[in-house]
Design a protein around this ligand. Structure first.
Ligand code: NAD
Ligand code: MN
Length: 363
């Protein structure tokens, strides 16, 4: 019996509601498996921890996570603490500390979801966005001086390294190659950003030569937003810089029906460190503490975690349980126009996982 050691970090806001729901789904899965089990360790880092200790996580926090097989994360963001403190003090500290340079964000229109694009059939929208997750616009380089004076100055410097660009583009080409259409769109802005983005384009040409069977094209990021809306079927795998992909993936999530559904994986593809899985949404201050959060983004993130752990069959069965539940509008949460609660959706997914296991045993 294999044991996977999972760190859970609910963080703030609805993260505290959806991460326990994700753990419940993993437990339902383990209950029917005789090949693997999970050992969870929960970390109470985030805004409340900050109020007690003045930091979002302890200085040696990464050491407590280092030997885990994976991390399930909720969200960082507290109404009473500035966003750059919560984000940099927790989520980015883990992403950067563990060099999780590939952020992978699949988007599909799940069964039963009423997506906003009226001419878009569910089959037309099946994307995976790869976001550069370690440098670029969010490298954290910059500074402020002369605060409060008329000569005040502030910079956020985008850093792109050949090594950083090569590794994320290579990851994206490889991912595109593994998908049926073998189609990659490289997002750029090399018309206006004439140094780093020009290097990005050049490296894309170089890396593409390693993948002769992958069809690829280049799209300016502003034009890409229109293409996502007008010609969704022309896209499959998409790779972009940290900032560009951050924005495009929220658009993608909205086009697929709701921010509450979308998952993400922060991967260290070399597996030197644990990778981190989380819904793409934030703390959702407007609904936190009410039991109304859609847990599907977390469940789909759990699917990505299982795939990363090499449990492809388990991943498939959680995904089909999710799809069974989204197909039923009476199990839609408020973000999807329904009235279901987090608990109702979670129970339905767990029940479907258990039922599936009984039917497998019966055959
Ligand atoms: P948000 O994702 O928290 O909320 C945006 C809107 O979507 C809200 O109306 C919210 O109710 C709704 N929504 C989001 N997830 C939902 C779910 N699972 N079910 C139902 N409705 C859902 O984004 P925001 O309002 O821009 O940010 C709030 C806080 O979260 C900020 O502090 C921000 O910095 C933080 N944040 C953190 C992360 C992260 O930790 N990865 C990501 C985004 C935002
Ligand atoms: Mn974002």
């Amino acid at each position: 019996m294999k044991t996977y050691r999972i760190a859970t970090i609910p963080g703030d806001g609805i993260g505290k509601e959806v991460v326990p729901a994700g753990q419940q789904v993993l437990e339902a899965l383990a209950a029917r498996s005789d090949t693997f089990r999970f050992e969870f360790e929960n970390f109470d880092w985030g805004g409340d921890y900050y109020r007690r200790h003045g930091v979002m996580m302890p200085a040696d926090g990464l050491d407590a996570l280092r030997d885990k097989d994976a991390i399930l994360f909720g969200s960082a963001g507290d109404p009473h603490i500035p966003d750059h403190i919560t984000l940099w003090g927790l989520r980015l500290k883990i992403c950067q500390g563990f060099d999780q340079y590939a952020n992978v964000r699949p988007t599909r229109i799940l069964p039963g979801i009423d997506a906003p694009l009226k001419r878009c059939k569910p089959a037309d929208l099946d994307w995976v966005i790869v976001r550069e997750n370690s440098e670029g616009e969010y490298a954290g380089i910059g500074g402020r001086a002369h605060q409060g004076h008329p000569i005040e100055v502030a910079t956020d410097v985008s850093i792109m390294t050949r090594a950083g660009v090569e590794r994320v583009l290579r990851f994206a080409f490889r991912l595109a190659q593994s998908r049926p259409r073998k189609l990659l769109t490289v997002i750029t802005k090399s018309n206006a950003q004439r140094h780093a983005m020009v290097m990005w384009d050049e490296i894309a040409v170089q890396v593409s030569r390693e993948f002769p069977d992958v069809k690829w094209d280049k799209e300016l990021v502003d034009a890409a937003t229109a293409r996502m809306v007008n010609r969704p079927a022309s896209l499959d795998t998409i790779v972009a810089t940290n900032l560009h992909a951050d924005i495009l993936s929220d658009l993608a999530a909205a086009l697929a029906g709701s921010l509450g559904i979308a998952p993400t994986a922060n991967l260290d593809p070399e597996r030197r460190y644990p990778s981190m899985f989380e819904p793409i949404h934030g703390s959702a201050f407007d609904i936190m503490g009410k039991g109304l959060a859609n847990p599907v983004g977390t469940f789909w993130s759990v699917v990505m975690m299982l795939d990363h752990l090499g449990e492809a069959d388990a991943a498939k069965s959680v995904m089909s349980a999710i799809e069974q539940v989204t197909a039923n509008p009476s199990l839609h949460t408020g973000d999807l126009g329904g009235t279901a609660t987090t608990t109702q959706v979670t129970d339905a997914v767990c029940k479907s996982i258990a039922a599936h296991s009984r039917s497998t045993l019966a055959t």
